[in-house]
Write a protein that binds this ligand. Structure first.
Ligand code: FAD
Length: 357
């Protein structure tokens, strides 16, 4: 005789993907638990809401509160190639937000019918009719939670993915960011390429009077490459030397990069992945918030529409097919940004760029 699990669905991770799923899922029909290791975590992020993320909030009828926005707001991306001194501007409108305040606002939208727990899940076991989670509760207690369905919304270093779907690899970079005191020199979002130090990209942006320099690097030698890029930015007069003298904060984390034929994984049986845990993130710009929202919306729609549990995964795949298609399209377009000769050609011709006067 087996006991009934306490929950129908446990969502691990209350970032944008987990919180949005908990908000949209029918929590009257399902007993849902949302658990996250921290209440007010500071996520390593640029905190820029892309036009796609803005469109989703518009569709949800959510007006983001004023107190999550920070200065400056950005309407242009400056592309810099350090190897071929060439700079171009492209029109693109981002909302600059405080990422901690943004995540905490989204968590606040989770209805009271969803149980919320501050706890870190450190082990997952398959049991007869679902999963047993071993969690370290904020009160320092070790507890076990049984559930029929498990959702990994636990980001780039997903425990759900590495435990239940260990063979589903995805390429990872190390993202490093440093914050410096600075008056806005040029309040752009700058996207930086340097083929000598990184096969990926780096960025500079401003937030509340601070300059943030960051980049995604191959794990081996990432810190050396990061410092080399800082030196080049000084040498090429892009950042004045004194600004880089005293970092206020250094942060690092893993960031996923899906490829054309691998990286994205929706799940199996009654375990599902959403957001960055599933590989839903732009392979070119690492923009991931809109992907987290859209994939969680697709899984919520699957849960809410099915009569038979065995159909959830099929419907989730179907409803997220546009998102997969968008990632594939970006994989095709990626060489135009990342292959040096193609990038040089695009930047030299100024294709799609905006003129400065
Ligand atoms: C340097 C950097 C800059 C970026 N800048 C942008 C940007 O400007 N705009 C943009 O759109 N995207 C950006 N991204 C990508 C974006 O941050 C992610 O794609 C997005 O946060 C993914 O959301 P998520 O909900 O899937 O995962 P996350 O936001 O990573 O949330 C995962 C949650 O799971 C919790 N968790 C993890 N493991 C466990 C566990 N074992 N038990 C309990 N809880 C757990 C964590 O505490 C966390 O709250 C950036 C990424 C990086 C690395």
């Amino acid at each position: 005789m087996h006991n009934q699990p306490q929950y129908d669905i446990v969502i691990i991770g209350a970032g944008p993907a987990g919180s949005n799923l908990a908000r949209l899922i029918d929590s009257v029909r399902y007993r849902v638990l949302l658990l996250d290791a921290s209440t007010m975590r500071v996520k390593v992020c640029a905190g820029l809401l892309s036009p796609d993320a803005q469109r989703l909030f518009d569709r949800y009828g959510i007006v983001l509160p004023q107190d999550i926005f920070v200065d400056p707001q950005l309407c242009s991306v400056r592309v810099i190639d350090l190897a071929e001194p060439c700079v171009r501007h492209y029109r693109r409108s981002y909302l600059n937000v405080d990422r901690t305040a943004f995540d905490s606002y989204l968590r606040g939208l989770v209805p009271p019918s969803v149980d919320v727990m501050q706890a870190r899940c450190h082990r997952i076991e398959r049991i007869h009719n679902g999963y047993r989670l071993h969690v370290h509760h904020a009160s320092d207690k070790q507890i076990q939670i049984d559930t029929h369905h498990i959702v990994g919304a636990d980001g780039a270093s997903s425990l759900v993915r590495s435990t239940l779907f260990a063979s589903q690899n995805i390429q990872k970079y190390v993202a490093i960011q440093q914050w410096f005191a600075a008056e806005a020199i040029d309040p752009y979002y700058s996207c930086i390429f340097d083929r000598a130090t990184s096969e990926s990209c780096s960025w500079i942006f401003f937030k509340q009077g601070q300059l943030v320099f960051g980049g995604a690097f191959s794990p081996k030698g990432c810190r050396v490459a990061f410092e080399a890029q800082k030196r080049k930015l000084i040498e090429q007069g892009i950042v004045p030397a004194h600004i880089f003298d005293h970092p206020l904060k250094t942060e690092a984390c893993r960031v996923s990069r899906p490829h054309l034929h691998n990286g994205i994984y929706h799940g199996d049986r009654s375990a599902y992945l959403i957001g960055e845990a599933a590989g839903f993130i732009s392979p070119s710009s690492f923009e991931g918030i809109s992907y987290a929202l859209a994939s969680s919306e697709a899984l919520a729609a699957a849960f809410n529409s099915v009569k038979d549990d065995s159909d959830i995964l099929r419907i989730y795949r179907k409803k997220s097919s546009r998102l997969c298609h968008k990632i594939r399209l970006k994989c095709f377009k990626r060489p135009f940004m990342y292959v040096p000769c193609l990038r040089k050609w695009i930047l030299k011709t100024g294709l799609g760029s905006s003129k400065r006067i």
